[in-house]
Design a protein around this ligand. Structure first.
Ligand SMILES: *Cc1c(COP(=O)(O)O)cnc(C)c1O
Length: 397
């Protein structure tokens, strides 16, 4: 064995490069559950950076459902679904999701990421055209990479460009698919789904909406952006995640029965990887039951997000054009954005800094995401810290 070779020099060089550019980081460690206030190793911080919108990740009702499921079904499914890993709890979750989303079927995956990877490669082929919004999530992009099809990208939410691509594609491809996020996670804006659906219907294209951030936050009782725009039955594939507002882990695609039948034969993450654990599955099912019965958590989430958005805007921060509980606070310069988020953390507010290449250069921002269970006192305290740090840094006057 060549000892020197296995020192992994080529990776050491890449890591050193990250460090030289100031991009190296270590992972923060949360000592407990994903609550509105987190216990990090050295301090308590107000948590403004989780996707746990409805505060369900540590909800007593979900935990009880998970514990009961462990007692009945065990801790692991024991095999892929196509062999013997398909337990009755998995079927029950799919049924509950389909009723909630008002669709024929929902097909579950181990994550939203797996769902995009598995679904896109199963439903698309090399004679197809795949059209994608420029700001689509990485998992859509990765899913598209798995297909040897023609791919085209339109500028973010530019419907004229989308129409031009559809026009030019007429008669040239077997199938045309339009892929879009429902809620764009960096700005919190919505896709123009009514227009996308109209264009898809006019030009004979299929529509595929990844509604990870819309699941549980948008629409009646959190049914998502398709419900928000009242487009039931007009989007061919709607992806949701169980890992954000639902508070657990997993993903699903809402679709027609025949699409479900095909996916259950060809979705590779389901064919070749063990399915969701019984505890995850039961907890997610419980969350869907709670959302169906009661929209008070969704109302609290929106109340909190409007509250903090108003306070931050009044202070003079640029909060962009968000239409959802995602509130970007745009700082601009990348290094300044990083310093701002670091100073906030030191004073007790945890937000994520998002900079180029995740967002365009010069539009660095911290992203504020509240939960249903944040108290107004916690939000006031966070806003006061934002104001103090930003004044010191000359971001606001
Ligand atoms: C978070 C996210 C995913 C991934 O979901 P997971 O369940 O965490 O794997 C997929 N798509 C979009 C748009 C997302 O925001």
């Amino acid at each position: 064995m060549n000892k020197e070779l296995h020192e992994m020099k080529y990776l050491a060089e890449k890591v050193a490069d990250l460090k030289a550019k100031g991009l190296y980081r270590t992972l923060p460690v949360n000592q407990g559950a994903c609550e509105p206030v987190l216990q990090l190793a050295d301090r308590e911080v107000i948590n403004l950076c989780s996707n746990n919108y409805l505060s369900l990740a540590n909800d007593a009702r979900l935990k009880e459902a998970a514990i009961k499921a462990i007692e009945r079904y065990g801790v692991g499914a024991g095999a892929v679904r196509t062999i013997v890993g398909n337990q009755s709890i998995h079927e029950e979750l799919e049924k509950a999701l389909a009723e909630f989303k008002k669709v024929e079927r929902c097909f579950i995956y181990q994550s939203g990421y797996d769902c995009n990877i598995g679904t896109i490669q199963a439903i698309c082929d090399k004679e197809d055209l795949l059209i994608s919004d420029q700001l689509n999530h990485a998992s859509i992009i990765d899913g598209m990479r798995m297909v040897k099809a023609t791919k085209q990208v339109y500028a973010h939410s530019n419907m004229e460009e989308l129409e031009a691509l559809l026009q030019a594609a007429q008669g040239k491809y077997h199938n045309i698919f339009i892929f879009t996020d429902g809620v764009f996670s960096m700005d919190g804006d919505l896709a123009n789904l009514p227009k996308i659906v109209e264009l898809a219907e006019k030009y004979g294209a299929f529509t595929y909406v990844d509604d990870a951030h819309g699941s549980g936050t948008m629409g009646s009782h959190g049914r998502g952006t398709v419900d928000h725009f009242n487009l039931h039955g007009r989007v061919d594939f709607v992806v949701g995640t169980l890992s954000k507002a639902i508070g657990v882990k997993g993903g699903y695609v809402a679709c027609k029965e025949v699409s479900y039948q095909w996916l259950s034969h060809r979705a590779r993450p389901v064919l070749f990887s063990t399915t969701l654990s019984p505890a995850d599955t039961a907890a997610a099912k419980k969350a869907i039951e709670i959302l169906t019965e009661d929209d008070s958590l969704q109302k609290q989430l929106w109340d909190n997000s409007r509250y903090i958005k108003e306070k931050l805007t009044a202070l003079g921060f640029n909060t962009g054009h968000s239409e959802t509980p995602i509130t970007p606070v745009i700082i601009g310069d990348e290094a300044k954005t990083m310093r701002f988020s670091k100073a906030l953390l030191e004073r007790g507010v945890f937000v994520s800094a998002i900079v180029f290449p995740t967002v365009p250069a010069g539009t660095g921002r911290v992203r504020v995401m509240v939960q249903a269970k944040h108290t107004k006192e916690q939000l006031d305290k966070a806003v006061a810290i934002f104001a103090a740090v930003a004044k010191e840094m000359g971001i606001i006057s």
